[in-house]
Design a protein around this ligand. Structure first.
Ligand code: GLN
Length: 565
């Protein structure tokens, strides 16, 4: 097993995840099998209880793991399926060690950060790196290990020490490190000091960089590269730059041009791995497809505009998988994607009293969009605004996609405005039990223990009888079962379903017992679809999520062509 650690210095949030995924992708194009592990040095057991505004989207895996959004990057770039164990947190490591201590596993010993925590980290990495993650079902050859935060933080110290020990445990020829740093440009001058200090800190902790990857707004000048090489104890060809580019799909191409794989292969003695011929061919095809895709991306002119009506719009990373699914779909439809970010509270009449400008701006964004998307969310803030946007889409025959909360919003809207139940509401959104509960609490979940207790992960949805007309079903390929990932605590009230259906809102997809409403689709509408599941978690660059693709194609006015095909 070859390990490539990706760490960061200077500041966090400079694109370590994209550099890690892109490096993994490049190994894959050489025919190697690649897995990935993300280390998050926070105390939470997982990302499930964190606000998206704090840390970006919570990503959900097949096994129901609620994990850091970087695992989404890995799955999308590498086309792999990861497990909850591929996301290590301080909380997970400590709870494992504490549990062992209580069992008596360390009897007689003082349990300490070194060696007990650092050993637990190394054992975890070694064990999880070997889990097969792709359709070959075989053990991976390379594991990318991304260390969150910046080296030198108090939180990440045990992980840095564990990785220092790890290079000797696995052998130095099986361990390479990419340190991602920042080169700021001040008054036109590229400054190398932050990178020098960052690499010095890293070396002081016993780790040296095989590649120094510099994030910069511009390409590095030759003297900058030379200076970094000299002060960071690397050769000039070990200094690579990831300057700002117009799409992140270019990052693998940038790294390839700078021969990052040749450098890493030298250190890791990759030539010692026997790669079967068919994998080499598959890798080459993947690389060609990738290059073709980036070229297409640069040559798209016709646009499609989507209004994303949410409550976490101030941090775009809160909706990263949603945005990626729209991007993947737009690429396939050959349209340039524009997203109108609409904060749902701005659409609400009461709030416009204090800020009329935002109210009118927000409604302009909604009304001028080609399609309206209401993504997942928790809590009541903004939901009346979402309901208003949904009503507008339904009545004006503008394509609508409601995901999870977005499905629940559409059901409330339909119950209120078509069934005439003006008090229809979701139990989640009000303190007292609502007069007309359109959305209700699911008994097997918990309102009091919030960590990992929702209906989570990959589950089947069955298309119902006589739903062959459904555009969504046709796009899925016409079969009767689809598997998608879930994350919710509330559901459509089963007692209201027959009234909703009679009034014209058919639930075309349900769970395997026919009890849970999974998908609705309006018949006489260009695209009015809600899914209780989150299809964005399975979208891939080269094979976009079907509900998103249908929505985007309908918004671009070309859905019927695809359905005919
Ligand atoms: N808050 C809603 C629920 O728990 C929707 C969840 C979501 O959008 N992920 O059912």
């Amino acid at each position: 097993m070859k390990y490539v650690v990706v760490s960061g210095g200077v500041i966090s949030g400079i694109g370590k995840g994209v550099i890690a995924s892109s490096t993994g992708l490049l190994f894959k194009t050489r025919g190697l099998k690649v897995s990935a592990i993300k280390i998050d040095p926070y105390m939470n057991i997982d990302a499930g209880t964190m606000s998206p505004l704090e840390h970006g989207e919570v990503f959900v895996l097949d096994d129901g793991g609620e994990v850091d959004l970087d695992l989404g990057n890995y799955e999308r770039y590498l086309n792999i399926t990861l497990t909850r164990e591929n996301n290590i947190t301080t909380g997970k490591i400590y709870s494992q060690v504490i549990e062992r201590e209580r069992k008596g596993d360390y009897l007689g010993k003082t349990v300490q950060v070194v060696p007990h925590i650092t050993d637990a980290i190394q054992d975890w990495i070694e064990r999880v790196a070997r889990i097969p993650v792709d359709d070959s079902g075989e053990e991976p050859d390379v594991c990318i290990v991304e260390l969150g935060g910046t080296v030198g933080d108090i939180e990440s110290a045990p992980f840095v020490e564990a990785l220092r020990q790890f290079q000797f445990r696995v052998g130095v020829e099986n361990f390479a490190l990419i340190h991602v740093s920042l080169v700021p440009v001040v008054n036109g001058e590229q400054k190398t000091k932050p990178t020098q200090v960052a690499v010095r800190d890293l070396r002081g902790l016993g780790l040296s960089a095989d590649i120094v990857a510099c994030r910069c707004t511009q390409k590095l000048e030759k003297p900058t590269t030379d200076k970094i090489a000299m002060f960071c104890h690397v050769g000039p060809d070990q200094v690579v730059v990831v300057h700002d580019v117009n799409s992140i799909y270019h990052v693998p191409i940038l790294l390839e041009q700078q021969k990052i794989i040749q450098q890493l292969s030298k250190k890791l003695k990759i030539e010692s791995i026997a790669i079967p011929h068919q994998y080499i061919e598959k890798g080459a095809t993947l690389w060609n497809d990738w290059k073709l895709l980036t070229n297409t991306h640069d040559r798209m002119f016709e646009t499609v505009t989507i209004a994303l009506v949410g409550k976490y719009t101030h941090l775009k990373d809160s909706y990263i998988s949603v945005v990626k699914s729209l991007e993947h779909s737009a690429l396939k439809c050959q349209r340039k994607l524009t997203i109108n970010w609409v904060e749902a509270t701005d659409l609400e009449p009461e709030s416009n009293v204090s800020n009329r400008v935002n109210f009118h701006k927000a409604w302009h964004e909604v009304c001028s969009a080609d399609g309206i998307l209401v993504p997942g969310g928790f809590g009541s803030r903004g939901t009346e605004g979402m309901i208003a946007a949904c009503k507008w889409a339904r009545e004006n025959k503008v394509p609508y996609l409601g995901v999870c909360l977005g499905l629940q919003i559409a059901v409330i809207e339909f119950a209120r405005n078509v069934l005439g139940l003006s008090d229809a509401q979701s139990e989640e959104l009000v303190d007292e039990k609502p007069e007309v509960p359109a959305i209700v609490f699911m008994p097997e979940t918990s309102k009091t223990r919030l960590g990992g207790t929702m209906r989570l992960g990959l589950r089947p949805t069955k298309f119902q009888e006589n739903t062959e007309w459904s555009k969504l079903r046709k796009l899925y390929g016409g079969g009767d079962t689809v598997l998608e990932r879930h994350r919710h605590r509330y559901e459509v009230n089963p007692a209201l379903v027959s009234d909703l259906e009679k009034a014209g809102l058919p639930f075309i997809g349900k769970d395997e017992n026919g009890e849970r409403m999974e998908v609705f689709e309006l018949k006489d509408h260009p695209w009015f679809v809600g899914t209780q599941y989150h299809p964005e978690y399975l979208s891939r660059v080269l094979s976009p999520s079907i509900p998103y693709f249908g929505f985007l194609a309908a918004s671009a006015g070309i859905l019927n062509e695809y359905i005919r095909e």
